[in-house]
Ligand binder design. Structure first.
Ligand SMILES: Nc1nc2c(ncn2[C@@H]2O[C@H](COP(=O)(O)OP(=O)(O)OP(=O)(O)O)[C@@H](O)[C@H]2O)c(=O)[nH]1
Ligand SMILES: [Mg+2]
Length: 306
């Protein structure tokens, strides 16, 4: 099968072709680069929703609860980065999620990305895979990442709506990450609202937001019980409001330009890494560390050698 046929099949919804196309892109093979070039040009119409937060806060359960709502608008792709726990109670079947209404099973595509650490990390791979899925025609794409490290923050800058999920007691556990959380959230979800302490968690978030600067979009705080679906309607409404806000203002364009700048910088880094043999890269690192060459000159010589 040639590359074009493969992409055509992936577009047609063939899960195996879809998986092969995405793997080729992840591996940056010759075929993968060609596919990415095509798909990227066709991308830009999907609404991308990032879901992040502390491990175990209920992100996957919440995504599962959102899916029946999201598929109302068309096929949905879910990208799970470094999944540390399976989607709801083993409901994930290979790349499928079992929906309550099984006729919709084939309307959700799930892709897991491992933080392989080889070339680039999740902050390089994820936006490319999301763009490819966008180009393949998924109108909505959900990206689940864990935590608020530098990579998650970078991923969050490439999604249109970022949902930060916390659960009661989160404040004590991850005090130090609060700043990072607040920075990236467009919507805050206090999940596990069936547990003690959820009012305090909501209050805590609202207080912190009130202390922060006045912003054109003030992130709402939504309480959910992902396991029962309670509050999911409110979350859907919050996503719709945020989308309307971005579309009505210049914010979406600004956000996408910022994402484009990051993607370009990441691509230059990857190209430079791949173009140079590891030995010469290592020699340059040694030379910089020993102060026999400065990093700017080293970068120029690296790119010139390509
Ligand atoms: N009581 C209660 N439990 C919940 C709720 N939402 C999720 N859980 C449970 O919390 C546990 C973790 O849920 P996950 O959805 O796997 O959490 P996660 O944030 O995706 O976890 P990681 O991907 O490992 O970071 C599971 O046992 C869920 O059943 C909720 O609203 N209430
Ligand atoms: Mg999860």
């Amino acid at each position: 099968m040639d590359d074009e046929q493969l992409i055509a099949n992936a577009r047609g919804g063939d899960a195996r072709s879809l998986a092969r196309t995405l793997s080729a892109i992840e591996d940056r093979t010759v075929a993968g680069r060609r596919a990415f070039a095509d798909l990227f040009r066709a991308s830009g119409t999907a609404w991308t929703i990032g879901v992040t937060g502390a491990p175990g806060s209920g992100k996957s359960t919440l995504v599962s609860a959102l899916l029946p709502e999201l598929v109302e608008h068309g096929d949905v792709a879910v990208v799970a980065v470094d999944p540390s726990s399976p989607f709801t109670g083993g409901a994930i079947l290979g790349d499928r999620i079992r929906m309550t209404d099984s006729s919709r099973d084939d309307r959700v595509y799930i892709r897991s990305l491992a933080n392989r650490g080889a070339l680039g990390g999740i902050s390089d791979t994820t936006p490319s895979i999301v763009a490819a899925l966008d180009g393949l025609g998924f109108p909505e794409i959900v990206v689940e990442t864990v935590g608020v490290g530098q990579s998650e923050i970078e991923v969050a800058t490439t999604t249109d709506t970022t949902i930060v999920v916390v659960s009661p007691g989160w404040g004590d556990a991850i005090q130090t990450s609060k700043a990072g959380f607040l920075e990236i959230g467009d919507i805050f979800v206090v999940n596990k609202a069936d547990r003690d302490g959820f009012e305090a968690a909501v209050r805590d978030l609202e207080t912190m937001m009130a202390l922060g600067p006045e912003m054109p979009w003030m992130p709402p705080v939504v309480a959910t019980v992902a396991t029962t679906g309670s509050g999911v309607d409110d979350l859907m409404a919050a996503i719709a409001s945020h989308r309307a806000h971005l579309e009505a203002t210049d914010a979406r364009r600004v956000r996408r330009r910022r994402a484009a700048a990051r993607q370009l910088a990441a691509a230059i880094r990857l190209e430079a890494d791949e173009a140079s043999d590891p030995g010469s890269l290592d020699d340059l690192v040694t030379a910089i560390a020993e102060r026999s060459v400065d990093p700017w000159t080293a970068a120029v010589s690296l790119l010139a050698a390509k």
